[in-house]
Design a protein around this ligand. Sequence first.
Ligand code: FES
Length: 129
Amino acid sequence: MALYSEKVMDHFLHPRNVGVIEDADAVGEVGNAKCGDIMKMYLKIRDDIVEDVKFETFGCGSAIASSSMATEMIKGKPLSEVKNLTNKAVTEALDGLPAHKIHCSVLAEEAIHSALEDYYSRQENAHGN
Ligand code: FES
């Protein structure tokens, strides 16, 4: 059996939504201290919906595939759904990852949650003024 599913290979070789959103409403950045990989997520949010999302991942193939899949899963979705996205859902959507690569999908979950935190703290600041 191949180590990586066809979906993982497809998203690794042809990642969706790669790049930067210059005027993003939220940015999340996380890293894994052990492997040194870094993932950055940019969100454009309108009326509590993820209108656009882009990512930059300086990391392994599984991290790139996980970020690509995660962006596809949250694009066009309400924040109430986005906040519940788990690495398990991302892994399942990729038809699985090898056990020692599960932490790569955790980065995608954490990057999105970090972006949401950034979004809510910007909202608080905007309303606090
Ligand atoms: Fe660290 Fe994949 S090896 S994110």
